[in-house]
Design a binder for this molecule. Structure first.
Ligand SMILES: Nc1ncnc2c1ncn2[C@@H]1O[C@H](COP(=O)(O)OP(=O)(O)OP(=O)(O)O)[C@@H](O)[C@H]1O
Ligand SMILES: [Mg+2]
Length: 321
């Protein structure tokens, strides 16, 4: 079977946001890192973002990366998002900005409300997404041309991508609670002092409104075919094929633009008895991949003699792009 690849990865050099997803261990980090090297050597300024809590981009490039953008090589930067840290930073930013506008007595009550929101489900993911949005804005600022996201295994990523929608609901919910709290206070105040509280002036409602708008903007960008593509990595094996099929269906439902699939770890042709048998099995799966994903196939990457570690080996992989 001839496995052709015809420079199909080049089309993604014009995108702004590129996601690499797939089942655990199929080669997401490898492909995202190799593409980042490819794009940066084509002159694009690239930010490689790891959203996988078990970060490994630092490992593959043999340097410490961490939660701040760090230069890896010419035109290539990396960052590993830390959800816990982002949630803490986010909460502190809100508290600080509020304490400037609100009386200390009221602030104590509000701080308590914020702390409760921080502990509620969705807060860390929400903060991760805030970081996402912050990074996405760097494109507008002209710092980067492309942001490449090395994502966590499929389930986690699908959740992350469906987040704007989930978070908007979460915010609506907070919104409702805040409104109830306010209207209670409003009636008490009106009875006691004859003064009315205006909902529009409430700083928390204002923050929630801004946040919701930010999520909506991000969602628009993520759904825009011109800017965003989602690339699946898989191996010629049963489970990754099944999982990719399902994931493509889910992403299509969310209307997230699918860029195609990378078939990684293709066995070499000339091999002994054992590998020859494996190669037979592989052929069946490669056929299945062709039937299922026909025009989505972007490239085939062979199984290398050793695991992927360091820039030289990643550069070798870019030959298949
Ligand atoms: N084409 C290849 N040839 C040889 N080894 C490979 C190849 N692609 C990936 N590997 C190795 O397979 C392992 C998994 O790859 P990688 O970390 O890129 O997968 P992943 O999908 O990001 O995994 P995870 O789901 O854990 O994040 C690594 O040890 C990597 O070096
Ligand atoms: Mg990985």
């Amino acid at each position: 079977m001839t496995l052709v690849h015809k420079n199909k990865m080049k089309q993604f050099l014009n995108k702004k946001f590129l996601f690499f997803g797939g089942k655990g261990g199929v080669g997401k980090t490898t492909s995202a890192s190799a593409f980042s090297i490819f794009a940066s050597s084509c002159g694009k300024r690239v930010l490689l973002v790891s959203t996988d809590p078990a970060h490994s981009i630092g490992d593959i490039f043999k340097i410490d990366i961490g939660p701040r953008e760090k230069l890896i090589k010419e035109n290539l930067w990396g960052i590993e998002i830390d959800p816990e840290l982002e949630a803490k930073n986010y909460i502190n930013r809100i508290k600080n900005s509020l304490s400037k506008t609100i009386s200390p007595i009221l602030m104590d009550e509000i701080k308590r409300q914020i702390d409760v929101a921080y502990l509620s489900p969705g807060a860390e993911e929400g903060a991760t997404f805030d970081k996402f949005i912050e990074l996405m804005n760097r494109i507008d600022e002209g710092t980067y041309d492309i942001i490449v996201f090395d994502t966590a295994p499929t389930g986690h990523t699908l959740r992350l991508l469906s987040l704007p929608e989930i978070l908007e609901k979460w915010i609506d919910n907070l919104f409702k609670k805040r409104r109830v709290a306010l209207s209670l206070k409003k009636s008490v105040k009106k009875i006691k002092e004859g003064v009315d509280i205006r909902m529009d002036d409430d700083p928390i409602l204002r923050i929630l409104k801004v946040r919701k708008q930010k999520f909506q903007d991000a969602r628009k960008l993520l759904l825009n075919k011109e800017f965003t593509s989602y690339i699946f990595v898989l191996n010629p094996e049963r489970l990754p094929i099944i999982e990719t099929k399902k994931a493509i269906e889910i992403l299509s439902k969310y209307k997230i633009p699918i860029g195609g699939i990378i078939v990684n770890r293709i066995l070499p042709e000339k091999t002994g008895e054992f590998l020859r048998k494996r190669k037979e099995v592989e052929k069946e799966y490669l056929n299945l991949i062709k039937t299922n994903f026909n025009n989505l196939i972007l490239t085939y990457i062979p199984l290398l003699e050793r695991d992927v570690y360091g820039i030289e080996i990643l550069e070798e992989i870019t030959k298949y792009f």
